[in-house]
Design a protein around this ligand. Structure first.
Ligand code: ZN
Ligand code: ZN
Ligand code: ZN
Length: 117
């Protein structure tokens, strides 16, 4: 697979996802298991990327984390149904409330890359 062809594929619902996506459910060259269907909107540029490595590869600036006071913002995108979830709601979910797609629990382990506590 070639990581140098950046594709910026939108989801089926038409939401723009930046970075090295490999399908239209937000999987990327770094995270491509069946449950990797979440894209994260970055606080710094307010653009959706599949993961922190995609942001690092393509954004051209340092990632910034959402402050706790803004955890009511919709910054998570389900790649299966294009539902946007708030940060606070996402922390308590292991599957999409709209389409029931299971989310990768591993994402929560490095959530500090995206969200300040
Ligand atoms: Zn950014
Ligand atoms: Zn990635
Ligand atoms: Zn969904």
């Amino acid at each position: 697979m070639s990581a140098d062809r950046l594709t910026n594929r939108p989801t089926e619902g038409g939401t723009a996802v930046h970075g090295a996506t490999i399908d239209n459910q937000t999987r990327c060259v770094h995270y491509a298991t069946v449950t990797d269907v979440i894209a994260i909107k970055f606080y710094c540029c307010r653009l959706y990327y599949p993961c922190h490595l995609c942001h690092e590869m393509s954004a051209g600036h340092q990632a910034e984390q959402w402050p706790k006071s803004l955890h009511d913002q919709r910054a998570l995108l389900c790649g299966v149904c294009s539902t946007e979830l708030t940060i606070a709601a996402y922390f308590d979910l292991s599957a999409c409330p709209t389409c029931s797609a299971p989310f990768n629990d591993g994402c929560r382990l490095h959530r500090q890359l995206y969200f300040a506590d």
